[in-house]
Design a binder for this molecule. Sequence first.
Ligand code: DGY
Length: 325
Amino acid sequence: MSQKPKVIASVTLPPDLRERLAAACDIIEIPMGQRPDEVVSEETRAQITGMVCTMKTKVDAALLAALPALTVSSNFAVGFDNVDVPAATARKVLICNTPRVLDGAVADITIGLMLCLARNLVAGDAFVRSGAWTKGPFPLARDIRGKTLGLLGMGRIGRVVARTAQAFDMKVIYHNRREDPHAQGLATYVARDELFKASDVLSIHIPLAAETRHSVGKRELGLMKNSAYLINTARGPVVDEAALIEALRAGKIAGAGLDVMEQEPLPASSPLCELPNVVLQAHIGSATHETRRAMIELAVANLIDAVTGKQPEAMVNPEVWQGHA
Ligand code: DGY
Protein backbone atom coordinates (compact mmCIF):
# COMPACT_ATOMS: atom_id res chain seq x y z
CA MET A 1 0.00 0.00 0.00
CA SER A 2 1.24 3.52 -0.86
CA GLN A 3 2.70 5.47 2.03
CA LYS A 4 2.16 8.78 0.24
CA PRO A 5 -0.32 11.25 1.69
CA LYS A 6 -3.71 11.12 -0.06
CA VAL A 7 -4.90 14.47 -1.41
CA ILE A 8 -7.91 15.74 -3.32
CA ALA A 9 -7.43 18.00 -6.35
CA SER A 10 -10.61 19.87 -7.24
CA VAL A 11 -8.93 22.00 -9.87
CA THR A 12 -7.52 21.45 -13.35
CA LEU A 13 -3.83 20.69 -12.91
CA PRO A 14 -1.34 21.35 -15.73
CA PRO A 15 0.37 18.01 -16.58
CA ASP A 16 3.76 18.98 -15.12
CA LEU A 17 2.20 20.08 -11.84
CA ARG A 18 0.07 16.93 -11.68
CA GLU A 19 3.33 14.99 -12.05
CA ARG A 20 4.99 17.06 -9.32
CA LEU A 21 2.06 16.51 -6.99
CA ALA A 22 1.86 12.81 -7.87
CA ALA A 23 5.52 12.36 -6.92
CA ALA A 24 4.67 13.43 -3.36
CA CYS A 25 1.04 12.39 -2.96
CA ASP A 26 -1.68 10.03 -4.13
CA ILE A 27 -4.11 12.31 -5.97
CA ILE A 28 -7.85 11.90 -6.10
CA GLU A 29 -9.06 14.23 -8.83
CA ILE A 30 -12.63 15.46 -8.66
CA PRO A 31 -14.43 18.01 -10.85
CA MET A 32 -13.85 21.65 -9.96
CA GLY A 33 -16.28 22.83 -7.32
CA GLN A 34 -17.67 19.35 -6.62
CA ARG A 35 -17.91 18.67 -2.90
CA PRO A 36 -15.67 15.73 -1.95
CA ASP A 37 -18.38 14.51 0.44
CA GLU A 38 -20.63 13.98 -2.60
CA VAL A 39 -18.22 12.04 -4.81
CA VAL A 40 -15.59 10.39 -2.60
CA SER A 41 -16.44 7.38 -0.44
CA GLU A 42 -16.41 7.73 3.33
CA GLU A 43 -13.59 5.20 3.58
CA THR A 44 -11.37 7.20 1.19
CA ARG A 45 -12.35 10.51 2.73
CA ALA A 46 -11.12 9.27 6.09
CA GLN A 47 -7.59 9.01 4.58
CA ILE A 48 -7.48 12.42 2.89
CA THR A 49 -4.91 14.70 4.49
CA GLY A 50 -4.74 17.49 1.91
CA MET A 51 -6.78 19.27 -0.71
CA VAL A 52 -6.22 21.86 -3.42
CA CYS A 53 -9.36 23.60 -4.64
CA THR A 54 -10.80 26.77 -6.11
CA MET A 55 -13.14 29.38 -4.64
CA LYS A 56 -16.00 27.19 -5.92
CA THR A 57 -15.42 24.66 -3.13
CA LYS A 58 -17.08 25.75 0.10
CA VAL A 59 -14.69 24.63 2.82
CA ASP A 60 -17.28 24.81 5.57
CA ALA A 61 -17.84 22.98 8.84
CA ALA A 62 -19.76 20.16 7.08
CA LEU A 63 -16.98 19.55 4.58
CA LEU A 64 -14.34 19.68 7.29
CA ALA A 65 -16.33 17.09 9.26
CA ALA A 66 -16.53 14.89 6.16
CA LEU A 67 -12.72 14.98 5.82
CA PRO A 68 -11.71 14.08 9.39
CA ALA A 69 -7.99 13.55 8.60
CA LEU A 70 -7.58 16.78 6.63
CA THR A 71 -4.56 18.84 7.72
CA VAL A 72 -4.35 21.37 4.86
CA SER A 73 -6.63 22.94 2.27
CA SER A 74 -4.81 24.97 -0.37
CA ASN A 75 -6.88 27.59 -2.17
CA PHE A 76 -6.12 28.33 -5.81
CA ALA A 77 -6.92 32.02 -5.13
CA VAL A 78 -5.69 34.80 -2.92
CA GLY A 79 -9.23 35.25 -1.56
CA PHE A 80 -10.49 32.71 0.95
CA ASP A 81 -14.08 33.79 1.54
CA ASN A 82 -15.04 30.25 0.45
CA VAL A 83 -13.44 28.97 3.66
CA ASP A 84 -14.82 29.04 7.19
CA VAL A 85 -11.41 29.91 8.62
CA PRO A 86 -12.42 29.77 12.32
CA ALA A 87 -13.92 26.30 11.75
CA ALA A 88 -10.76 25.16 9.94
CA THR A 89 -8.53 26.59 12.65
CA ALA A 90 -10.60 24.90 15.35
CA ARG A 91 -10.05 21.58 13.55
CA LYS A 92 -6.33 22.39 13.11
CA VAL A 93 -6.67 22.50 9.32
CA LEU A 94 -4.11 24.80 7.72
CA ILE A 95 -5.53 27.08 5.01
CA CYS A 96 -3.18 28.27 2.25
CA ASN A 97 -3.74 30.80 -0.53
CA THR A 98 -1.91 32.48 -3.42
CA PRO A 99 -0.95 36.06 -2.53
CA ARG A 100 1.88 37.99 -4.20
CA VAL A 101 1.80 36.35 -7.64
CA LEU A 102 -1.39 38.11 -8.80
CA ASP A 103 -0.75 41.61 -7.47
CA GLY A 104 0.35 43.03 -10.82
CA ALA A 105 -2.49 41.47 -12.83
CA VAL A 106 -5.19 42.76 -10.48
CA ALA A 107 -3.55 46.19 -10.31
CA ASP A 108 -3.50 46.31 -14.12
CA ILE A 109 -7.25 45.62 -14.30
CA THR A 110 -7.86 48.34 -11.70
CA ILE A 111 -5.95 50.88 -13.75
CA GLY A 112 -7.64 49.62 -16.94
CA LEU A 113 -11.10 50.15 -15.44
CA MET A 114 -10.09 53.61 -14.27
CA LEU A 115 -8.95 54.60 -17.77
CA CYS A 116 -12.06 53.09 -19.35
CA LEU A 117 -14.27 55.15 -17.05
CA ALA A 118 -12.43 58.46 -17.21
CA ARG A 119 -11.76 58.36 -20.97
CA ASN A 120 -15.01 56.58 -21.86
CA LEU A 121 -13.12 53.97 -23.87
CA VAL A 122 -15.85 51.32 -24.10
CA ALA A 123 -18.37 53.82 -25.50
CA GLY A 124 -15.63 55.20 -27.74
CA ASP A 125 -15.12 51.81 -29.35
CA ALA A 126 -18.87 51.46 -30.03
CA PHE A 127 -18.92 55.03 -31.36
CA VAL A 128 -16.32 54.26 -34.02
CA ARG A 129 -17.75 50.84 -34.95
CA SER A 130 -21.25 52.23 -35.40
CA GLY A 131 -20.11 54.96 -37.80
CA ALA A 132 -21.29 57.70 -35.40
CA TRP A 133 -17.87 59.35 -35.76
CA THR A 134 -18.71 60.32 -39.36
CA LYS A 135 -21.52 62.50 -37.97
CA GLY A 136 -19.54 64.35 -35.30
CA PRO A 137 -16.79 64.14 -32.70
CA PHE A 138 -16.84 61.94 -29.60
CA PRO A 139 -17.75 63.87 -26.41
CA LEU A 140 -14.88 65.10 -24.25
CA ALA A 141 -13.91 62.86 -21.34
CA ARG A 142 -11.88 63.42 -18.15
CA ASP A 143 -8.19 63.36 -17.23
CA ILE A 144 -6.91 61.10 -14.49
CA ARG A 145 -3.62 63.04 -14.25
CA GLY A 146 -3.58 65.31 -11.24
CA LYS A 147 -6.64 63.60 -9.75
CA THR A 148 -6.88 61.82 -6.40
CA LEU A 149 -7.02 58.05 -6.25
CA GLY A 150 -8.37 56.66 -2.98
CA LEU A 151 -7.56 53.10 -2.00
CA LEU A 152 -9.80 51.35 0.47
CA GLY A 153 -7.35 48.73 1.69
CA MET A 154 -3.59 48.92 1.42
CA GLY A 155 -2.27 45.41 1.09
CA ARG A 156 -0.03 44.01 -1.59
CA ILE A 157 -2.42 44.78 -4.46
CA GLY A 158 -3.19 48.26 -3.14
CA ARG A 159 0.52 49.04 -3.05
CA VAL A 160 1.02 48.01 -6.69
CA VAL A 161 -2.00 50.11 -7.71
CA ALA A 162 -0.55 53.07 -5.78
CA ARG A 163 2.84 52.65 -7.47
CA THR A 164 1.25 52.44 -10.90
CA ALA A 165 -0.99 55.45 -10.23
CA GLN A 166 2.09 57.52 -9.38
CA ALA A 167 3.22 57.02 -12.98
CA PHE A 168 -0.06 58.71 -13.97
CA ASP A 169 0.79 61.70 -11.74
CA MET A 170 -2.11 60.89 -9.44
CA LYS A 171 -2.23 61.83 -5.79
CA VAL A 172 -2.85 58.60 -3.85
CA ILE A 173 -4.60 58.42 -0.49
CA TYR A 174 -5.67 55.30 1.39
CA HIS A 175 -7.53 53.98 4.35
CA ASN A 176 -6.70 50.74 6.12
CA ARG A 177 -7.47 49.33 9.54
CA ARG A 178 -4.10 50.78 10.51
CA GLU A 179 -1.45 52.86 8.81
CA ASP A 180 0.84 50.78 6.62
CA PRO A 181 4.57 51.57 6.96
CA HIS A 182 5.15 50.07 3.48
CA ALA A 183 2.86 52.73 2.01
CA GLN A 184 5.22 55.53 2.94
CA GLY A 185 6.14 57.55 -0.14
CA LEU A 186 3.37 55.84 -2.10
CA ALA A 187 0.17 57.06 -0.51
CA THR A 188 -1.11 59.20 2.35
CA TYR A 189 -3.21 57.69 5.12
CA VAL A 190 -6.61 59.36 5.67
CA ALA A 191 -9.67 58.64 7.81
CA ARG A 192 -12.31 56.43 6.21
CA ASP A 193 -14.91 59.14 5.54
CA GLU A 194 -12.22 61.46 4.21
CA LEU A 195 -11.24 58.77 1.71
CA PHE A 196 -14.75 58.67 0.26
CA LYS A 197 -15.07 62.47 0.27
CA ALA A 198 -11.71 63.33 -1.30
CA SER A 199 -11.30 60.62 -3.97
CA ASP A 200 -11.89 61.26 -7.66
CA VAL A 201 -11.49 57.51 -8.14
CA LEU A 202 -12.09 55.17 -5.23
CA SER A 203 -10.78 51.63 -5.61
CA ILE A 204 -11.58 48.76 -3.25
CA HIS A 205 -8.83 46.37 -2.13
CA ILE A 206 -10.16 44.71 1.02
CA PRO A 207 -11.12 41.06 1.46
CA LEU A 208 -14.69 39.86 1.91
CA ALA A 209 -15.45 38.94 5.53
CA ALA A 210 -18.46 39.30 7.82
CA GLU A 211 -17.30 42.78 8.84
CA THR A 212 -16.63 43.99 5.26
CA ARG A 213 -19.84 42.65 3.65
CA HIS A 214 -21.83 45.66 2.32
CA SER A 215 -19.32 47.93 4.08
CA VAL A 216 -19.49 50.27 1.07
CA GLY A 217 -23.16 51.25 1.04
CA LYS A 218 -25.52 54.17 0.74
CA ARG A 219 -23.72 56.20 3.42
CA GLU A 220 -20.28 55.83 1.86
CA LEU A 221 -21.56 56.41 -1.68
CA GLY A 222 -23.34 59.52 -0.39
CA LEU A 223 -20.01 60.92 0.78
CA MET A 224 -18.45 60.63 -2.68
CA LYS A 225 -18.20 63.45 -5.22
CA ASN A 226 -20.80 63.44 -8.01
CA SER A 227 -17.87 63.33 -10.42
CA ALA A 228 -16.17 60.34 -8.75
CA TYR A 229 -15.81 56.75 -9.96
CA LEU A 230 -15.95 53.59 -7.86
CA ILE A 231 -13.82 50.59 -8.84
CA ASN A 232 -14.19 47.14 -7.34
CA THR A 233 -11.75 44.36 -8.22
CA ALA A 234 -11.92 42.75 -4.76
CA ARG A 235 -15.20 40.97 -3.97
CA GLY A 236 -18.71 41.97 -5.09
CA PRO A 237 -20.48 41.69 -1.73
CA VAL A 238 -18.13 44.25 -0.14
CA VAL A 239 -20.37 46.78 -1.96
CA ASP A 240 -24.11 47.02 -1.35
CA GLU A 241 -24.98 46.59 -5.03
CA ALA A 242 -28.57 47.85 -4.71
CA ALA A 243 -27.26 51.08 -3.14
CA LEU A 244 -24.63 51.36 -5.87
CA ILE A 245 -27.22 50.95 -8.63
CA GLU A 246 -29.36 53.63 -6.98
CA ALA A 247 -26.36 55.99 -6.71
CA LEU A 248 -25.42 55.40 -10.36
CA ARG A 249 -29.00 55.93 -11.56
CA ALA A 250 -29.36 59.12 -9.56
CA GLY A 251 -25.99 60.49 -10.71
CA LYS A 252 -24.73 60.57 -7.12
CA ILE A 253 -21.45 59.23 -8.47
CA ALA A 254 -20.24 59.41 -12.07
CA GLY A 255 -19.62 55.75 -12.75
CA ALA A 256 -18.37 52.37 -11.60
CA GLY A 257 -15.87 49.83 -12.90
CA LEU A 258 -16.67 46.38 -11.60
CA ASP A 259 -14.70 43.18 -12.05
CA VAL A 260 -16.72 41.54 -9.28
CA MET A 261 -20.41 41.54 -8.41
CA GLU A 262 -22.72 40.19 -5.76
CA GLN A 263 -23.90 37.47 -8.13
CA GLU A 264 -21.35 35.78 -10.37
CA PRO A 265 -21.70 34.99 -13.20
CA LEU A 266 -23.74 38.19 -13.60
CA PRO A 267 -26.96 37.55 -15.57
CA ALA A 268 -27.67 39.91 -18.48
CA SER A 269 -30.91 40.82 -16.71
CA SER A 270 -28.96 42.63 -13.95
CA PRO A 271 -29.73 46.38 -13.82
CA LEU A 272 -25.94 46.89 -13.91
CA CYS A 273 -25.97 45.78 -17.55
CA GLU A 274 -28.35 48.62 -18.46
CA LEU A 275 -26.34 51.42 -16.90
CA PRO A 276 -24.23 53.39 -19.40
CA ASN A 277 -21.90 54.70 -16.68
CA VAL A 278 -20.70 51.22 -15.69
CA VAL A 279 -17.85 49.15 -17.13
CA LEU A 280 -18.15 45.46 -16.34
CA GLN A 281 -15.64 42.61 -16.43
CA ALA A 282 -16.11 38.92 -15.68
CA HIS A 283 -13.96 38.57 -12.53
CA ILE A 284 -10.80 38.51 -14.63
CA GLY A 285 -8.41 40.33 -12.29
CA SER A 286 -5.99 37.42 -12.16
CA ALA A 287 -7.07 35.80 -15.44
CA THR A 288 -3.91 35.81 -17.54
CA HIS A 289 -1.95 32.73 -18.60
CA GLU A 290 1.12 33.88 -16.71
CA THR A 291 -0.63 34.82 -13.49
CA ARG A 292 -2.90 31.78 -13.33
CA ARG A 293 0.14 29.56 -13.92
CA ALA A 294 1.99 31.25 -11.06
CA MET A 295 -1.09 30.86 -8.85
CA ILE A 296 -1.57 27.14 -9.49
CA GLU A 297 2.17 26.57 -9.00
CA LEU A 298 1.98 28.29 -5.62
CA ALA A 299 -1.22 26.47 -4.63
CA VAL A 300 0.35 23.09 -5.44
CA ALA A 301 3.64 24.01 -3.73
CA ASN A 302 1.72 25.09 -0.61
CA LEU A 303 -0.07 21.72 -0.55
CA ILE A 304 3.06 19.62 -1.13
CA ASP A 305 5.01 21.57 1.47
CA ALA A 306 2.28 21.26 4.08
CA VAL A 307 1.73 17.52 3.67
CA THR A 308 5.46 16.82 3.61
CA GLY A 309 6.22 18.81 6.75
CA LYS A 310 7.77 21.94 5.20
CA GLN A 311 6.32 25.33 6.06
CA PRO A 312 4.26 26.56 3.08
CA GLU A 313 4.88 30.05 1.67
CA ALA A 314 1.34 31.36 2.08
CA MET A 315 -0.70 30.49 5.14
CA VAL A 316 -4.00 32.12 6.08
CA ASN A 317 -4.05 30.70 9.63
CA PRO A 318 -0.33 30.25 10.46
CA GLU A 319 -1.22 29.56 14.09
CA VAL A 320 -2.23 26.05 12.96
CA TRP A 321 1.24 25.46 11.51
CA GLN A 322 2.89 26.86 14.60
CA GLY A 323 0.77 24.51 16.70
CA HIS A 324 -0.96 27.34 18.53
CA ALA A 325 -4.47 26.70 17.24
C1 DGY B 1 -8.57 35.47 -6.16
O1 DGY B 1 -7.48 34.91 -6.32
O2 DGY B 1 -9.08 35.65 -5.05
C2 DGY B 1 -9.28 35.91 -7.39
O3 DGY B 1 -10.26 36.85 -7.12
C3 DGY B 1 -9.90 34.70 -8.05
O4 DGY B 1 -11.01 34.30 -7.32
